[in-house]
Design a protein around this ligand. Structure first.
Ligand code: ADP
Length: 396
């Protein structure tokens, strides 16, 4: 065991899962990674990936704390515990308190607790992960890296909703934005690839995974974004509706005899691509079905692309020019079809798809997908774990 090449253990905790990766700070290599799944259920498991191979361990009814112990055991078995110099935790909502990453102490925990109403699914899980990891490795520094922090540079006119100002002053009702770690990483990477200075750059970043958001990023700072008080606003997502008319809420509640909470659950879990296609929330599955003539799948992909193109137009207003539109996340990086559908709608803004380059953008590749005459659009592979590791290291 050696401490000469320190590494950061990055943790991303969900309500029934913990994703982990141990990242070497010197060469940015992932030393070991994996995921504990179905925590709290009967058949929890832990997948561990190392040296190109993977193994699955059964964890029975393990909870987050038990899974964390198993993750640390796996790191130990592979003789890597001596390398772990800190733990970086992804935290979804940091409210207005956190503009950047912080070392976790009791005050930080209380602040994350205060943001639970804004991210009722995510923040309690993040707190469980933090508690389990601090219990297991109390001697290490623990750092919180917030999804919301990057968007704290939004100007007031972009983050305020047009509702009585008292709701902001007294209850914190404003647009916070999410996926900040990804938007920050891909805009830095795009500037590097294009050979332009981040401090003099203008990007639109579209992070398209199961959750999806886009942001306008000027000179390395977020100036507008599509997600709001909660991660439900904005783009169409796998199972989330994105924007709706709030007037719909009482109408749905009355029609389906639901409470507001149940309606919100419907908008979070039964809507988006799944709701429109009546088939699947998964773009890969929808693409296959669309190719076979499934009308619902075709429509869902068009609704998705239309909303995204509309928002790219809207975000352009916050920038003096566009150095590049960035596609990232599972869909942005892998779906040539979605990228083509979006860019074909954006001709008015000068985007011209290079179909060959778009099709050739296979998994793991990144670069431009537009012609020389076009406003640039490109694919960048996001790496939120690396960004969290680097942020964590900065604080040590
Ligand atoms: P999460 O937000 O959960 O991290 P991801 O970023 O992994 O999600 O994105 C998942 C989405 O990416 C799914 O809709 C999936 O179908 C899509 N996706 C992944 N690979 C491909 C592919 N090769 N072609 C089309 N879509 C893909």
């Amino acid at each position: 065991m050696t401490r000469t090449k320190p590494a950061v253990l990055v943790l991303n905790t969900g309500s029934s899962s913990i994703k982990f990766s141990l990242i070497c700070l010197q060469d940015r290599a992932v030393l070991i990674s994996g995921q504990a799944q179905k925590l709290g259920l009967k058949d929890a498991s832990l997948t561990v990936k190392i040296n190109g191979g993977s193994e699955v361990l059964k964890l029975g009814t393990a909870d987050h704390a038990a899974a964390m112990e198993k993750i640390l055991q796996a790191i130990d078995i592979h003789r890597l515990s001596g390398r772990v110099s800190a733990v970086g935790h992804r935290v979804v909502h940091g409210g207005e308190k956190f503009r950047e990453a912080v070392i976790i102490n009791e005050e930080v925990i209380r602040a994350i607790e205060q943001c639970v109403p804004f991210a009722p699914l995510h923040n309690p899980a993040d707190l469980m992960g933090i508690a389990a990891a601090r219990r297991s490795v109390p001697h290490l520094p623990h750092v919180a890296v917030f999804d919301t922090a990057f968007h704290q540079t939004l100007p007031e006119y972009a983050y305020l909703y047009a509702v009585p100002k008292r709701l902001y002053r007294d209850y914190g009702v404003r647009r916070y934005g999410f996926h900040g770690t990804s938007h920050r990483y891909v805009t830095q990477e795009a500037a590097r690839l294009l050979g332009i200075k981040l401090e003099n750059s203008a990007f639109i970043s579209a992070h398209l995974g199961n959750g999806a958001s886009a942001a306008a990023v000027l000179n390395g700072k977020s100036v507008d974004t599509t997600m709001g008080l909660t991660p439900l606003e904005g783009l169409v997502m796998g199972t989330r509706s994105g924007d709706i008319d709030p007037g719909m809420l009482p109408y749905i509640a009355e029609s389906l005899k639901m409470t507001i909470k149940e309606v919100i659950n419907l908008l979070n879990t039964k809507s988006g691509l799944l709701g429109v296609s009546e088939l699947s929330s998964d773009v890969r599955e929808l693409q296959e079905a669309a190719a076979g003539g499934h009308a619902g799948a075709v429509l869902a992909l068009d609704v998705f692309a239309h909303r995204l193109a509309k928002y790219i137009g809207a975000l352009t207003v916050s920038l003096p020019r566009v150095d590049a539109l960035i596609f990232t996340g599972g869909i942005g990086e892998n779906s040539a079809l979605v990228r083509a559908k979006v860019l074909r709608r954006l001709g008015v803004l000068g985007y011209r798809l290079d179909s060959a380059a778009n099709q050739a953008m296979a998994a793991g590749k990144q670069g431009l997908i537009t012609t020389d005459q076009s406003t640039r659009a490109m694919v960048i592979n996001t790496n939120e774990e690396l960004m969290i590791a680097l942020d964590t290291a900065t604080l040590l």
